[in-house]
Structure formats: C-alpha cells, structure tokens
Write a protein that binds this ligand. Structure first.
Ligand code: ZN
Length: 196
C-alpha cells in the first residue's frame, strides 16, 4: 500500500502520483483513500473529473462501491489549472478521458508545489495506452498499478475487455459491458474474435 508518511521531500516541492489499472481494479477507491487522508491532515483538497464521465453523479467522484467524494466536472485540462489556486492537493479521476494538455497541467501544478494525484485507465478496451496516462506515468514521481481479478480464471487482471460490439473508444458507464481479464484470457478472447 502507498504510504504518504514515507514521502519526505526535503524542500516544499510538489509531485505527481499516478494510480492506474484496468476497470474494477479499485483506482478510484485508492484515490479517495489518499484524498481523505490528506483532508484529515487538514490539507486543502480539490477533486476534478472530465465532464464526459457523468455515469452516476454530476458532482461526485463515485467509485463502483459507492464510496464517494465531492468533485468538480471540468470541460478541459486547462480548467483544472484555473480552479486550483489555494489548494494543497489536486485529485483527478478518470484522467484517461482528458486531452493531452493534462500532462502539462499536472506538471505545472506539481512545479508550483502541489501534490497531484491522478487516477485513470492505463489501457483502453483494445489494450492500447489510453490518452494522457502513458505520458503522465513518465512524469510521475510515484506510480501505483492496481489490478482487478480475472472473471474467467481468478488471476490478476490488467485488461478491460468489452463484451459488446461497439467500436467507439469511449463507451461510458455501463459496467456490464466490460469485464476484467488477465493477459492469457484476454489473448484467448482476441484470437476467438479474429476467427469469428
Ligand atoms: Zn484469466
């Protein structure tokens, strides 16, 4: 588990943390856990998510287990910069849906002394790196990859397999059209689909 207490930055500098993994891997739960701890430490916390993610609630970062925390939906990454004055910690959920400008925004925030915690899918349903996440992984001081459990075999899962036919990169929401699969079961699925 990631422990903030072990982070001793000599000078008061900022940094970037990324929490990534497939769907159902507990990314948002881990984001919420860190943000709550920051709030207990009386740090000023602001949480953002892309406006596109309107799954359950306009205002809240909601994880699948309904553990939730108040957040601000924003149109673009630049808005985060404008809305982050007067805070110590910035949380960003569903970061894969932001534009590539998010990388520069996170770096600017960290450079100005803020702690930036980003949670997002590292791969899309095709198994390709997703949006700004790869570049954020490169910039981040701390990276945590969390795993779901493969619904076929019980191994650790790192793929979000889409069970519907839709081809759009962003098909939001419905958790019932995705299933977490391990590498082996995902590959089996790809081979099966190629044949059919
Ligand atoms: Zn499996």
């Amino acid at each position: 588990m990631f422990l903030e207490d072990t982070i001793k930055h000599a000078k008061k500098g900022g940094w970037i943390e990324v929490i990534c993994g497939s769907m159902f891997s507990g990314k948002t739960e881990e984001l919420i856990r860190r943000l709550r701890r920051a709030e207990f430490a009386r740090l000023r916390v602001e949480i953002f998510k892309p406006k596109i993610d309107v799954r359950y609630s306009e205002e809240e970062v909601v994880s699948h287990d309904e553990n939730s925390i108040q957040s601000t939906p924003v149109e673009s990454a630049q808005n985060i910069l404008l809305l982050s004055s007067d805070v110590d910690v910035v949380g960003i959920d569903e970061a894969q849906f932001f534009d590539l400008g998010l990388v520069e925004v996170c770096n600017k925030l960290a450079n100005s002394g803020l702690r930036v915690i980003v949670a997002g899918l590292d791969m899309d349903f095709r198994g390709k790196p997703f949006g700004p996440i790869p570049a954020l992984l490169a910039s981040a001081e701390y990276v945590t990859k969390v795993h779901a459990i493969c619904v076929r075999c019980g191994s650790l899962a790192n793929h979000s397999h889409r069970t519907s036919e839709e081809d759009d990169l962003v098909v939001l929401g419905e958790t019932n059209i995705y299933e977490p699969l391990c590498r082996k079961c995902y590959q089996d699925e790809v081979v099966k689909n190629r044949k059919s």
